[in-house]
Ligand binder design. Structure first.
Ligand code: CA
Length: 241
């Protein structure tokens, strides 16, 4: 399934690599693990791309035809302090590793590297970033208030009891109110980035989430209004305020 450029629920990765085989390998591997990937083959192309679109992760080869990757790391670190920069390099000397980290990289992998190790490092870095990101304001949806920092779901001040996955599912939809979220993205965000199994779990969790919200609204003495969760057949779901 193609990922629309506006799909903000996936992590966006800019791959900068002039080697066709490695670039294609990275692109395929990352896409099948629910990352949104753009691949630039030159330094200039990468800088242009990064200036026009926001990225979460930069996977950077150092030996590029037009520029030294270290200069790209320095430039993008200054402009985008939150960007996760991982250097992919065939240079193994300590001095090169130190230069890479000093240029602003968060991590490095020596070629040839294994895709599974790269994916594990990405998960670890992104998890740490999510844990240290500032608390988010509660999201108000009709009469429902979703506080992802406190992990509370309130309807007219009354707690709606949700199971952890039901809460996570509602949180992903709420953070992208009005957007169509593909099933694959929900599976990746709520369950596991490496999920390849049945997506029946998603339907079961969605059904129980809807049931719990409806029960809470019915029990409310103040005629509480709920946000609408629309099923998009063959695609996914969309939450509307
Ligand atoms: Ca290269």
């Amino acid at each position: 399934m193609r990922t629309p450029a506006t799909d903000r629920s996936r992590h966006r990765v800019l791959v900068v690599e002039d080697d066709d085989t490695i670039g294609r390998h990275l692109q395929t591997g990352l896409r099948s693990n629910a990352y949104a990937v753009t691949w630039s083959r030159t330094g200039i192309a990468a800088l242009t791309e990064a200036a026009h679109s926001p990225y979460d992760v930069l996977l950077l080869d150092l030996g590029l035809p037009d520029m030294d990757g270290l200069d790209i790391a320095r430039a993008l670190r200054t402009r985008h302090p939150d960007l996760l920069i991982i250097i992919l390099t065939a240079r193994t000397d300590d001095i090169d590793v130190i230069a890479g980290l000093d240029a602003g990289a968060d991590d490095y992998l020596v070629k040839p590297f294994s895709l599974t190790v790269l994916l594990a490092r990405l998960r670890a870095h992104l998890r740490r970033r999510a844990a240290t990101s500032p608390p988010q304001d509660p999201i108000r949806l009709a009469d429902l208030v979703l506080d992802t920092t406190a992990r509370r779901c309130l309807l007219h001040e009354e707690e709606v009891p949700l199971r952890p996955k039901e809460f996570d599912l509602l949180a992903v939809l709420a953070q992208h109110t009005g957007e169509a979220i593909p099933r694959e993205t929900l599976m990746a965000e709520v369950w596991d980035e490496n999920w390849f199994g049945s997506t029946k779990t998603l339907d079961v969790t969605m059904a129980s989430l809807r049931r719990r919200l409806t029960q809470a609204a019915t029990a409310s003495t103040q005629h509480a209004r709920l946000p609408r969760i629309t099923t998009l057949r063959g695609h996914g779901y969309r939450l509307e305020r």
